[in-house]
Design a protein around this ligand. Sequence first.
Ligand SMILES: NC(=O)c1ccc[n+]([C@@H]2O[C@H](COP(=O)([O-])OP(=O)(O)OC[C@H]3O[C@@H](n4cnc5c(N)ncnc54)[C@H](OP(=O)(O)O)[C@@H]3O)[C@@H](O)[C@H]2O)c1
Length: 331
Amino acid sequence: MRPIHILQVGIGPVGQRITRYILQRQGFRIVGAVDKDPEKTDRDLGEICALGPLSLTVSESVERIVGKTTVDVALVTTVSQIEEIANQIQEIVSLGIPVVTTCEELAYPWETAPAHARKIDETAKKHKVAVLGTGVNPGFLMDLLPICYTALCQSVEKISVSRIQDAAYRRVPFQKKIGAGLSLDEFEAKKQEGILRHVGLTESIHMIAARMGWKLDRTEDVIFPIVAEQERRINGLKIEAGRVAGVHQVGRGFVNGEEKITLLFKASVGEKNPCDKIEIQGRPPIVSIIPGGVNGDIATCAITINAVRHILNVPPGLKTMADLPVVSCFC
Ligand SMILES: NC(=O)c1ccc[n+]([C@@H]2O[C@H](COP(=O)([O-])OP(=O)(O)OC[C@H]3O[C@@H](n4cnc5c(N)ncnc54)[C@H](OP(=O)(O)O)[C@@H]3O)[C@@H](O)[C@H]2O)c1
């Protein structure tokens, strides 16, 4: 069988890691790369990824590549907001190319952006391809995994997930998104602009609620700074005392006024005791802890690649991780 031909769109830290991971795996071939950053276009993909030359020049447009080679699937690792990515997804899907994306708001857009979700779904069906939003979170740890645990339950009263991470070991854009190193005033200003937060808690809440059959009356997503009480020095990073080390964010979903879903996301440089914890209050109750937590950068890139085979074989339309057969690593 010939390898699956991959088009990569977005060659930031996530896209670059995906390139490296694909080259280590059997069954895939990167046939094109696209990015809009002028620092990356017209350069060799391998050079950008600190590998040897790959004879693949990063282009600024998808059309240029599609005209020249067969593309089986596009991996889109560009932005977090559906508003910003919707046109590009439509464009790729209209070329008859399935999409796997790490766009957080596409992980479960049916409640938060229904018009975009419907439009992408319709276009994907028209062109007989599937679209998937995935990643570590949203896309797995705080939604699909707790959903899977409930398969063991006779009844479920409440689902809580906490993801506590030491951001010193995450990529730079992640550290920026959580405000690491900012003053409190800078943090507040960026929070008001809506650019400082982990994106995806609300999407995860809706994915869980849909699978539980819970009709939510409301959701909330609140965010606070984690301030370094004393200087934090870790993995080459330094956060001065009094400055922001990261975020403490809580997403909640309510049914008839009762909090049924609680998602705690805490990420800061030097955060103590990182772990991922899932608690199902039900019959039987389930508590599952991953000591140390899962490194989100490795996991996001891996799950994006691991989902490719499935997205080529599911019926057309906009899918979520909860719609796919079990995704696993295959070597
Ligand atoms: N679901 C999850 O669990 C999960 C986990 C990790 C990451 N993510 C998301 O994955 C995305 C990629 O992460 P990253 O750290 O690599 O982000 P990044 O540093 O912002 O890199 C994204 C790259 O894509 C380019 N780009 C943006 N819009 C584009 C467009 N329309 N067409 C072509 N290229 C475009 C950017 O160019 P410019 O710099 O010029 O804008 C940049 O080079 C982010 O949105 C991130 O939040 C999701």
